[in-house]
Design a protein around this ligand. Structure first.
Ligand code: HEM
Length: 124
């Protein structure tokens, strides 16, 4: 087969527009958020077993894993929230021009990064 069509569509070599990354991140963070909600409910349930259990959960949240999972969950929530607003804006017919689309996707990613870094900085 001959022609000028691309031969290699490998995910690593393919350069996608920033909007595509925002969409992929939206899917990934949707899945992460589902896990975060389950984890949050389990931690809340455990913390309600008594004063000792509450202190134990608080210790876990303030521990090394808490410092990884907590800010990651905040980043995922921010990325999904802002990304969801971008999707809803698209549904309303806004943000399809190339420049506007790029700017919106980049804004979503940068704002979410700031939220995640802020959470990392402020984590107890
Ligand atoms: C705990 C809260 C949430 C969870 C667990 C969650 C989870 C998910 C998941 C798993 C998907 C499917 C992703 C995919 O397959 O592409 C999704 C899609 C979506 N979510 Fe959320 N979500 C949450 C909150 C929100 C919020 C607050 C918004 C509004 C800003 C939102 C807006 C959307 C939209 C618009 C889609 C569809 C995106 C598309 O058209 O591809 N979500 N969500």
């Amino acid at each position: 087969m001959s022609g000028t069509h691309p031969q290699d569509l490998g995910l690593v070599t393919l350069r996608l527009p920033v909007g595509a990354y925002a969409s992929i991140l939206h899917r990934i963070t949707g899945i992460l958020l589902t896990g975060a909600v389950v984890l949050g409910v389990v931690l809340l349930r455990d913390s309600l077993q008594g004063a000792g259990a509450f202190r134990q959960v608080a210790g876990r949240i303030g521990g090394p894993w808490g410092h990884v999972i907590g800010p990651l969950a905040v980043w995922a929530a921010a990325q999904h929230l802002f990304g969801g607003m971008r999707h809803l804006a698209h549904d309303a017919g806004w943000g399809f021009g190339r420049d506007r689309s790029r700017a919106a996707a980049l804004t979503v990613i940068v704002l979410a990064l700031f939220a995640g870094l802020g959470a990392l900085w402020a984590w107890p």
